[in-house]
Design a protein around this ligand. Structure first.
Ligand SMILES: C[S@@+](CC[C@H](N)C(=O)[O-])C[C@H]1O[C@@H](n2cnc3c(N)ncnc32)[C@H](O)[C@@H]1O
Length: 365
């Protein structure tokens, strides 16, 4: 079938990549360092952490890796951190990757965006930028990130980027310290005509099995309540946007739900991790996704193609959680091997936080 729309075209490419294990979607974590110190962050190192600086890949290493990945089929690339704008060589890295013709998305907290950086991005725009907004006041930023100025700096960054016509989205990562800011965050996004997305599941720090402090993330009951409110808001904003921009009825639909059935029931992940998507950590390990420390391969030592091949085999061998596979609320559960491993230390043991949340989601969603 010949695709008729851009969406169909993207889906055809994506399906083909999954079937043939082509790594079309890459995520490069350029640094672990950040100017904010968010208490829930899975990767956050201090801005001047010398030990982290000495282990980070150089600009040349990142660029060479992108070239190799592109040869193997990478089309989409997410640049994230840490905070990418903390790297003095970010401009060089980004421009070289853009020259490869990749469709680049950047994740940022936007606090380091200056008028000059915004203008430069306006000249060489990424496909999209997603700005995480950690709260709707200086007080909330202080509590979440340790920096009260972060709030005004983020708003300034968002407005500078928007003025350059950058394709922007907002996202917020919900923890107990910022949950009460929901309505103000929505207003802030609506005032700027921007879509607000939510990161609802807070994972433990990558590779550290210490759980997440109960006081840090919302309980399954609280997060379900938040999710109900957020989904109502999302539906309202989407319908407003459809009307305003005359979008077709299926625009801005929930992509995850639509795409879930592509991956076989025997493959442990619901998403495309380890089939057509991969992550490279700030020190050069290739993993299926950003919250997983293992399985990991070494693209700088073995070459990208070998590291990818090895990773796909390791992912396919991850044991399925049989309790999860047979669970009656599996359809609405956020379970995946990455989450089970970081919650329980095992790929195949159910995680009580996710189980409780799924039981509630089954009632409301
Ligand atoms: C680690 S940040 C890096 C990119 C950039 N500095 C930013 O603020 O968006 C990427 C995203 O991960 C989210 N995040 C941080 N810690 C998380 C955790 N433990 N679980 C889930 N998401 C988390 C952040 O809120 C942000 O949206």
């Amino acid at each position: 079938m010949i695709p008729k729309t851009w969406k169909e075209f993207r889906e055809t490419i994506s399906d083909n990549a999954v079937r043939n294990n082509i790594p079309i979607s890459g995520q490069f974590e350029l640094t672990a360092r950040c100017n904010l110190r968010c208490k829930m962050c899975y990767v956050c190192r201090a801005a001047n952490d010398q030990a982290a600086i000495s282990r980070e890949l150089t600009a040349v290493e990142w660029i060479n890796l992108a070239r190799e990945a592109q040869k193997a089929g990478m089309l989409y690339l997410l640049l994230t951190g840490g905070e990418v704008f903390i790297r003095p060589d970010f401009q060089e890295i980004y421009e070289e990757m853009l020259k490869l013709g990749l469709r680049i998305t950047i994740y940022t907290n936007a606090t380091l965006i200056t008028p000059e950086i915004a203008q430069w991005l306006g000249r060489f725009p990424p496909a999209a930028m997603e700005v995480t907004i950690y709260g709707a006041s200086a007080q909330t930023y202080q509590k979440v990130s340790g920096d009260p100025d972060g709030f005004s700096q983020t708003l300034r960054g968002i407005d500078l980027l928007a003025a350059q016509g950058i394709n922007l989205k907002l996202r917020t990562t919900v923890i107990s310290d910022n949950a009460a800011d929901h309505d103000q965050l929505v207003k802030l996004a609506e005032d700027r005509d921007l879509l607000l997305q939510y990161v609802l599941y807070i994972s433990p720090r990558r590779g550290v099995l210490s759980g997440v402090k109960d006081s840090l993330r919302l309980s399954p009951q609280e997060i379900t309540q938040y999710e109900i409110k957020a989904s109502q808001t999302f539906a309202r904003i989407v319908s407003k946007m459809k009307e305003k921009y005359d979008l077709p009825p299926n625009a801005l639909a929930d992509q995850t739900k639509q795409r879930n059935n592509l991956v076989s029931p025997h493959y442990p992940f619901k998403c495309n991790a380890g089939r057509s998507a991969f992550w490279v950590t700030w020190f050069g390990a290739m993993t299926p996704c950003g919250t997983m420390a293992e399985p990991a391969t070494e693209p700088l030592r073995t070459g990208f193609a070998n590291a990818w091949k090895e990773l796909t085999a390791l992912c396919a061998a991850i044991p399925l959680c049989s309790e999860c596979s047979q669970c009656s609320v599996r359809e609405v559960c956020w379970t995946c091997p990455a989450r089970l491993k970081s919650e329980t230390g095992h790929f195949d043991r159910p995680a009580s936080y996710l189980c409780e949340w799924a039981k509630l989601r089954n009632i409301y969603f």
